[in-house]
Ligand binder design. Structure first.
Ligand code: BG6
Length: 457
C-alpha cells in the first residue's frame, strides 16, 4: 500500500479550543522533529488576521505544549496561513483553494462541531478543495447511532472511507497501543488470555476535576457519549480482540470492529449513572440537568474467548484521582490458603505501569501466602509522542490504523444506544468520591470495584 503523502493541512476551527489545547502543540512538535514540511492553513470565522493566529499559536504552545522551541516555532510560523470566513460562504473555500497553492493531496481537519460537517464537506467539494484530499474529523462522531450513520452518509457523499480519519485520541496514546503489543508480543500471555483463566476485567477512567468550563458541551454529551462510547470501548477492543494477522493493513481495525459487534447492546440494568453535586451550577449547565458525569457499566462479550467474563467500565468527573487503569483479574488457583487472586494491572495514565499481582510465601512457620506486585514503571520523559502529534502525522502519510473506521464507530454506538438518555435515574454523588454507592451493585459478583491509587501507586 503506498498512499500519497498529504502536501498541505487545512484545519477548520483554528481559533477554537481544540486548536489551542492540542493542534498547535502537535504542529510545534512535528516541526521540532523536522516533519512540518507542508503549508498549514487555519480556517475560522473570527474576524482575525494571520498575526492574531500566530500570537494564539505561541500562547497555546507556551501553555499546553511544554514551552516554545524558537527554532521549531519559526518553522511553524513560516508554514502557517489563515483564512477568515464563514463556512457557508463559497468565498471562504475559494480563499482556501488559493492558499493550498499547488497542493494535490491536501488534508482537511474538521476541529468543529459535527453540526457543521455537512456544510464544510459540501463547501470543500464545490470549490475543488476535496479533490485528491483526505478528511480528518474530531470526536464526538455523532450523538447516537442514527446521527453517526447520517454523518457517515454526508462524508461519504464526497470522500471515500479510505480517505476519512476519525480521531479518537485514546488510540494515539502510547500506553493504549502498548496493551496490544504487550498482549501479542509476549508468548506467556495468550494461553491464559481467555475465559478459562480470566475472571473479570475492569477499566477505570477517573478524573479528579469537573467539566472545566465546558458545561455547554458536556450538557450535550455526558460521560457515556464523551468517553464510554469511544475511549473506553477502544480500550475494551484492544484487551479483547483476537490476534490480528500481519499480512494486510486493516487487520487490527477488523479485529477491533469484531469485538464491538460481539458486545451485547447495554441494558438499563447494566448501568448506573451519577452526577457530581454542584454540576448543575456550572456555567452552561441546566439547573435541572439529568446529564451524567459518572457512568458505570457491565459489558458482555458474546464470543468464544470471553463468554461469561464480565467487563466493567467506570468513568467519571470529580472522582478522587486522575488516572486510567485496567485490571484483569485471573481465576483463583484451587488452594485454600491462597489469599488474593492474581491479576494484571495496566496503568495507562498519568504514569505507565504494568504490574502482575502475585502470591508469595509469607515468611514464617505457616504455609500462607501474601500478595506482591511484580511491577514495571515506564516514565518515558520526553521520548513519548503526544497522541495528537501521532495521529496527525499518521493521517498526513495516509496510515489509518489508529483511526476509528465507519463500521467500528457505528458498532460502538449500537452498544450504548439503548442506554442513552434518561433510561435510569441520575444519582447525585459528592465530588471527590467514587460516584454513587449504587454502582457497587454491578460488581458485587466479583467482590467490588478496583480502586486505583493516586500517582506513585
Ligand atoms: C476527551 C473528553 O475526549 O478526553 C474529556 O472530552 C476528557 O472530557 C478527555 O477529559 C481525557 O483525555 P486525556 O487524554 O486527558 O486523558
Amino acid at each position: 500500500m503506498t498512499e500519497p503523502r498529504s502536501d498541505a493541512l487545512a484545519f477548520f476551527g483554528a481559533t477554537g479550543d481544540l486548536a489551542y489545547k492540542k493542534i498547535f502543540p502537535a504542529l510545534h512538535a512535528m516541526a521540532r522533529r523536522g516533519h512540518l514540511e507542508f503549508p498549514v492553513i487555519g480556517v475560522a470565522k473570527s474576524g482575525w488576521g494571520l498575526e492574531q493566529l500566530r500570537e494564539r499559536a505561541r500562547d497555546s504552545i507556551q501553555t499546553h505544549g511544554g514551552g516554545v522551541d524558537e527554532k521549531a516555532f519559526a518553522v511553524l510560523l513560516k508554514r502557517l496561513r489563515y483564512v477568515d470566513g464563514d463556512y457557508n460562504d463559497p468565498a471562504t473555500y475559494t480563499a482556501l483553494r488559493k492558499e493550498l497553492g499547488d497542493a494535490a493531496h491536501p488534508a482537511h481537519y474538521l476541529a468543529i462541531p459535527p453540526s457543521l460537517f455537512a456544510t464544510v464537506t459540501e463547501g470543500l467539494a464545490k470549490s475543488g478543495c476535496a479533490r485528491g484530499a483526505r478528511l480528518i474529523v474530531e470526536k464526538p462522531f455523532g450523538r447516537d447511532l442514527p446521527s453517526a450513520q447520517a454523518l457517515n452518509r454526508t462524508i461519504h457523499s464526497v470522500f471515500e472511507e479510505n480517505d476519512v480519519y476519525r480521531i479518537d485520541h485514546y488510540l494515539g496514546k502510547e500506553p493504549v497501543q502498548n496493551l496490544l503489543l504487550f498482549r501479542f508480543a509476549n508468548s506467556f500471555l495468550e494461553p491464559i488470555w481467555n475465559r478459562n483463566y480470566v475472571d473479570s476485567v475492569q477499566i477505570t477512567m477517573a478524573e479528579d476535576f469537573g467539566v472545566q468550563g465546558r458545561g455547554r458541551f458536556y450538557e450535550e454529551a455526558g460521560a457515556i457519549r464523551d468517553v464510554v462510547q469511544n475511549h473506553m470501548l477502544q480500550v475494551v477492543g484492544f484487551l479483547a480482540m483476537e490476534p490480528p494477522v500481519t499480512t494486510y493493513h486493516e487487520s487490527i481495525r477488523d479485529e477491533q470492529a469484531k469485538v464491538f459487534r460481539a458486545l451485547r447492546p447495554l441494558r438499563a440494568d447494566d448501568l448506573v449513572r451519577g452526577q457530581f453535586r454542584g454540576y448543575r451550577k456550572e456555567p452552561g449547565v441546566s439547573p435541572t440537568s439529568t446529564v451524567e458525569t459518572f457512568a458505570a457499566v457491565r459489558l458482555h462479550i458474546d464470543s468464544w474467548r470471553w463468554e461469561d467474563v464480565p467487563f466493567f467500565i467506570r468513568a467519571g468527573k470529580c472522582l478522587p484521582v486522575t488516572t486510567t487503569e485496567v485490571l484483569v483479574t485471573l481465576k483463583r488457583p484451587p488452594l485454600r490458603k491462597v489469599g488474593d487472586t492474581n491479576y494484571f494491572r495496566f496503568r495507562l495514565s498519568p504514569e505507565v505501569i504494568i504490574a502482575v499481582g502475585s502470591q508469595i510465601k509469607k515468611p514464617g512457620e505457616q504455609w500462607i501466602s501474601e500478595s506482591t506486585e511484580l511491577k514495571v514503571v515506564h516514565n518515558p520523559e520526553g521520548e513519548e509522542m503526544d497522541a495528537y502529534e501521532r495521529l496527525l502525522s499518521d493521517a498526513m502519510v495516509g496510515d489509518g490504523m489508529l483511526f476509528a473506521r465507519e463500521d467500528a464507530v457505528e458498532a460502538a454506538w449500537s452498544v450504548v444506544q439503548p442506554i442513552l438518555g434518561d433510561v435510569t435515574p441520575v444519582l447525585e454523588y459528592e465530588p471527590g468520591t467514587w460516584g454513587p454507592r449504587e454502582a457497587d451493585r454491578l460488581t458485587e459478583e466479583i467482590g467490588g470495584w478496583h480502586t486505583p491509587q493516586k500517582s506513585g501507586g
